[in-house]
Design a protein around this ligand. Structure first.
Ligand SMILES: Cc1cc2nc3c(=O)[nH]c(=O)nc-3n(C[C@H](O)[C@H](O)[C@H](O)COP(=O)(O)OP(=O)(O)OC[C@H]3O[C@@H](n4cnc5c(N)ncnc54)[C@H](O)[C@@H]3O)c2cc1C
Length: 226
């Protein structure tokens, strides 16, 4: 069903990632992990829609958040990049079936870039859970990292949460965190075999991780390709 929303706030999280807080005109049902489909109303003749995961939804205020990577030459993200507070957008949804499975076993989330967005909505509902939760986020440079304060807070407040960030191209000599692609570090997560593995982001990366996890005997893999 179609819906409208007004942009309440736009925050530049990094050099190419923006956070949009929107207020929907009509309430909607949202299951963490779902996405909305935004009408790219840029005046070009062919109607165009793009999917964006919902990071957070407040059913009382009807506010929801999207986090968008601004892709050079991208039609959808280029349109969103120009939106300002007060502007209106049309959207469909939420849709999608990328949900948390109701089990007691560990949850391992692996993502690249804005693939973290559905996991932010997962984390929102896992706050009071006793489940072991791990998040592994692959990015390129230090300047691509955002929301680390939130992840640190979750590390302190969740019963058993930890996160790992690996950079493929760190720029500072002083960087002493994980380096390389997610696929270089899957051994960090082998102890959670039997848990649920969630993958989100770049399709090629997802296919590679799926293959490697499968080789490790892990079969409970759920994914969303961007
Ligand atoms: C279910 C789902 C959920 C999604 N959630 C999000 C989300 O939360 N946040 C988000 O930012 N995106 C998300 N996406 C991706 C989003 O729908 C668009 O594909 C993305 O914004 C690019 O669209 P565009 O119109 O700007 O670029 P297009 O005009 O479609 O593409 C322009 C060029 O950029 C390339 N390109 C496309 N995406 C990227 C990228 N990420 N990095 C580098 N190059 C790229 C294309 O290959 C093409 O060459 C999601 C996609 C799906 C299917």
């Amino acid at each position: 069903m179609g819906n409208n929303a007004r942009i309440k706030q736009v925050v530049e999280l990094t050099h190419d990632v923006k956070e949009f807080t929107l207020i929907a005109a009509d309430e909607f049902n949202f299951v963490p992990g779902q996405f909305v489909t935004i009408k790219i109303d840029d005046g070009l003749p062919a109607t165009c829609y793009r999917a964006y995961s919902v990071a957070d939804y407040n059913s009382e205020t009807l506010e929801f958040k999207m986090i968008v990577k601004i892709v050079e030459g991208g039609r959808g993200s280029g349109y969103l990049n120009k939106l300002k507070e007060g502007d209106k957008v049309e959207f469909v949804g939420p849709s999608g079936k990328f949900f948390i499975q109701e089990r007691e076993t560990p949850i391992i989330m692996m993502c690249t870039g804005t693939g973290i967005v559905p996991f932010l909505s997962f984390l929102n509902i896992l706050k009071n859970s006793k489940r072991t939760v791990r998040l592994f986020w692959g990015l390129r440079h230090e300047k691509d990292i955002y929301y680390e304060d939130l992840l640190k807070k979750y590390k302190e407040t969740f019963s058993d949460f930890d996160y790992y960030i690996s950079l493929t191209k760190p720029e500072n000599d002083t960087y002493d965190g994980l380096k390389g692609r997610i696929t270089d570090h899957l051994d960090l997560f082998s102890e959670y075999n039997g848990g649920d593995y969630y993958l989100c982001g770049n399709g090629e990366m997802i296919d590679q991780i799926k293959q490697l996890l499968g080789d490790m005997g892990i079969d409970r893999i759920f994914y969303e390709k961007f």
